[in-house]
Each structure stands twice: as structure tokens, then as C-alpha cells.
Design a protein around this ligand. Structure first.
Ligand SMILES: [Fe+2]
Length: 440
């Protein structure tokens, strides 16, 4: 990409992120921006100024060498200094000031972008620091959409529904042959530290679901007593199921024998053909055991998504190396819901696995750990502090593939997300896998 094209691409990504941020924060009044809709989330007004503050820190100060604009507010917007539950009690910038601050930072960043060198220093190579900030804002746009889902009250967001899935007859599972593949990346310019370095991983043959587990599938697990049978659950999962009183995915309620769910303020019958959403890792694990299967490991997921048997190489995305288009995947909050299972044939992997990118984040069996040769960059707090400490059990499980709420810029075949196995306000579903006999 020429230098000029790169600058245009960066400006376009920053603009797209800000458009989403404005859509999510202009759709509610100031009272709702300041309110905390769930103890799991920040007030929306915190996200707004935090987006501006991180952009100021990384781009204006680190890259541009500018002085802090308002050093006194830095601690308020440091995610490590104040947990989310504490944030509403902080002396946060009110909505108009938060908007003004983010806009002023952005204006100065666009000026900086015109003259800065996009080569040389590692932080600037291929515009990495700008890519980091575009991804950061889009990640908060996903977080803010989760806040919208948790908020009570009338619907304020709307988007067209995705097209129905084509009527293809798909096999239930796809066989991924045994052998090595390249996991992670050395070449993706805006990949984050935890996706690096590229390394070879040799896997036995396995089979993986062609599509994510659907609401209809999941209702059969419920109807079969899945939540009442400890044998399907791990000990930790059963303990959590009991402590939290889990009986169905979050936002589901049964009325007269019909499952309803609330989504962005609207209540509707659970659509059987959509991927199941808002389940914990423990529920995904229990479902898989009930189905006689298991969750795929992170390496299995990535091999199913990226490995091209014809060339032996790993692609950037299941469909190839080109950036996600509307025909490939349900990304970017274009639709405020996952598409039906079996959608996006143009986004299938070389082996025929569908919807690996977009729709729902997919829980994997794996703990969040560093790849061999991991190097924290550009700061420890992005990934390293979430890896297990020596001798301590891992706390986080890996999710892959992104959801309908994730922007293309923050989603790749190598992208890794992680969360506690008890979390389900996130846009998470899953698919299952199984071992194959030797030589299959
Ligand atoms: Fe952040």
C-alpha cells in the first residue's frame, strides 16, 4: 500500500469507529449516559472519554510528543486503576465535555496523521499505533453495545435483519485432516502482541461443526434436562450453574411453554435457526458433553478457519486474504443480531466450515496463554497481565472469530479474545468438535 493510501485507510478506520461511537452514545439521553446499567459495565460516558484519553496517550503524546491536554483526568480513565463497578462514583467528565474532549483529540490526531512518518519506529510501522487506536475504539463500541443490551427500557437501536440463510444442505460436521499448520502471525500489520509470533502446530485429525450451535439445538439440551443433570457439567461448571441459578441463556424467559428473549429492548420468540448467544463457557461445555462432543481447542478452531489444504498455508480469513466484505461475514454492527446458521457461503473456509468470522464469538476449550516466543508489545497491560501467573491456574478462556458487534478492523483469523468462563453478557456462542480415530 502506498503511503498516501495507508493514511487514507487509517483516517477511514478512525472515522468508521467514531461513527459507531456516536451512534451508540447519541441514541440515549444524558441521564442514561451517566447511569450504570449493570455492575459489569462502565457508564457509557466513561467509555466515551476513555476512548479519547487512550487516543491522546498513544497518538498525541507517544507518537506526536505532545504535552498532556488534561493530565488530571488520566487516572479516571485508566482501566486498571478503577474497576468498572467503581466508575460511576468517579468525578467523570459530563457528557458534553466527554464528547468535546474526544472530538478535540481526534482533530489533532488527523492533523498529526498528515505529517507523521509511517515507517521507521516500530510503533509507527504500517501505522500500527493508529491501527491499535482504531481497534481500541471499535472494541469499546462492542462493549457499549453490550451495555445497550443490558440496559432496561424501550428500544433505541435498530438495524436491518440479515438475509435468511440459503437452503443448502450442509453436512453436520467437517473433517480437518491431521498434520501441521501455521498458527498466529508475523505479517499481519495491525495484529496485537498475543497473536504473535507465527508458529507451527501439529494436530491430529478432528471433526468440527459446520455451523455454530443454534438456539433450536440448545433448546433440545434444555428440554432434555441439560441444566438439571450434573453429569453433563464439570465440577466448576455445576457449582457455578447452582450459585448463579442458570436455567437458560441470559435474556431468555419461558412464557406458557414458549422461550422468549429480550434483545436491545425488544421481546420476541427465540428464533430457532440463529446461533445461540449469551451462554457461559460452562454452559457451552455442558452442552457439548450432552451432545457427545467437546469444545474445539483454540488451535483446532484456527486450523479449521485458516488452513488451506491445497497450498498448505494459513489464510488471513477463512475465505482468503482479502478484507471482510458484506458477502463474507456478519460484522460491524450492520445487523444487530447474528445471521441464521448456514449463512455466508462466500465466507466458508477451504474445508467448508461456515460463519467462523462474525455472528457470535465462539468459546474454545483453551485457556488464554502466550504463544511460544511471545513478547509483550507495545504494553504489558494489553495481554501479558491476563496470562496465568507461574504456578497459578488460568483464569480466562479464549473466544475466537468475532461477533456481529465486532468491526472488521478488530477481527482476523488470528485474533484472540478472552474472558472469564462465567461471563455471558458478551456476544458469545460456540460450536462443538470431536476426536477422530487414528488415521481418519
Ligand atoms: Fe480501553
Amino acid at each position: 500500500m502506498t503511503d498516501e493510501r495507508l493514511r487514507e485507510a487509517i483516517a477511514g478506520e478512525l472515522l468508521a469507529a467514531r461513527g459507531r461511537t456516536q451512534g451508540l452514545t447519541d441514541s440515549v439521553d444524558d441521564g442514561e449516559l451517566i447511569a450504570q446499567h449493570s455492575r459489569l459495565m462502565s457508564p457509557l460516558v466513561w467509555d466515551l472519554a476513555h476512548i479519547g484519553n487512550q487516543e491522546e496517550l498513544w497518538l498525541l503524546r507517544n507518537v506526536g510528543g505532545r504535552d498532556p491536554m488534561h493530565p488530571e483526568i488520566d487516572p479516571l480513565y485508566d482501566a486498571f486503576e478503577h474497576p468498572r463497578a467503581e466508575r460511576p462514583s468517579l468525578p467523570l467528565l459530563p457528557p458534553a465535555e466527554a464528547r468535546g474532549y474526544a472530538a478535540e483529540v481526534r482533530g489533532r490526531v488527523l492533523d498529526l496523521l498528515e505529517g507523521v512518518s509511517l515507517s521507521g519506529a516500530p510503533l509507527l510501522r504500517a501505522g500500527f499505533a493508529f491501527g491499535l487506536i482504531a481497534q481500541h475504539e471499535q472494541q469499546h463500541d462492542e462493549t457499549m453495545l453490550i451495555t445497550h443490551q443490558l440496559r432496561k427500557g424501550e428500544a433505541v437501536l435498530a438495524a436491518p435483519a440479515p438475509a435468511p440463510a440459503p437452503a443448502d444442505r450442509l453436512p453436520a460436521e467437517v473433517v480437518v485432516p491431521a498434520g501441521p499448520f501455521t498458527m498466529g502471525t508475523d505479517t499481519e500489520p495491525w495484529a496485537l502482541d498475543n497473536e504473535r509470533p507465527a508458529h507451527r502446530v501439529d494436530l491430529p485429525a478432528f471433526a468440527i461443526d459446520t455451523v455454530p450451535v443454534s438456539n433450536g439445538d440448545y433448546q433440545r439440551f434444555i428440554a432434555d434436562g441439560g441444566y438439571r443433570e450434573p453429569r453433563w457439567w464439570s465440577p466448576a461448571g455445576w457449582e457455578h450453574r447452582n450459585a448463579a441459578g442458570l436455567t437458560a441463556p441470559l435474556f431468555w424467559t419461558a412464557r406458557d411453554g414458549v422461550w422468549l428473549r429480550r434483545r436491545f429492548g425488544r421481546v420476541e420468540p427465540v428464533p430457532p435457526n440463529e446461533p445461540v448467544l449469551h451462554v457461559t463457557w460452562y454452559e457451552a461445555e455442558a452442552y457439548a458433553r450432552w451432545a457427545g462432543r467437546r469444545l474445539p481447542t483454540e488451535a483446532e478452531w484456527e486450523k479449521a478457519a485458516r488452513f488451506d489444504p491445497a497450498s498448505g498455508r494459513s489464510r488471513r480469513f477463512p475465505w482468503g486474504d482479502e478484507a471482510p466484505g458484506e458477502q463474507h461475514a456478519n460484522l460491524g454492527q450492520r445487523h444487530l443480531q447474528p445471521a441464521e446458521v448456514g449463512s455466508y457461503p462466500a465466507g466458508a473456509s477451504p474445508l467448508g466450515v461456515r460463519q467462523l468470522i462474525g455472528d457470535v464469538w465462539e468459546w474454545t476449550a483453551s485457556d488464554f496463554t502466550p504463544y511460544p516466543g511471545f513478547r509483550a508489545w507495545p504494553y504489558r497491560e494489553y495481554s501479558e497481565v491476563f496470562f496465568p501467573e507461574a504456578g497459578r491456574p488460568a483464569e480466562y478462556k479464549v473466544l475466537r472469530g468475532g461477533s456481529f458487534a465486532v468491526a472488521p478492523v478488530a477481527c482476523r483469523g488470528t485474533f484472540r479474545n478472552w474472558d472469564y468462563p462465567i461471563r455471558r453478557q458478551i456476544f458469545a456462542g460456540f460450536r462443538t468438535a470431536r476426536d477422530l480415530p487414528d488415521g481418519a
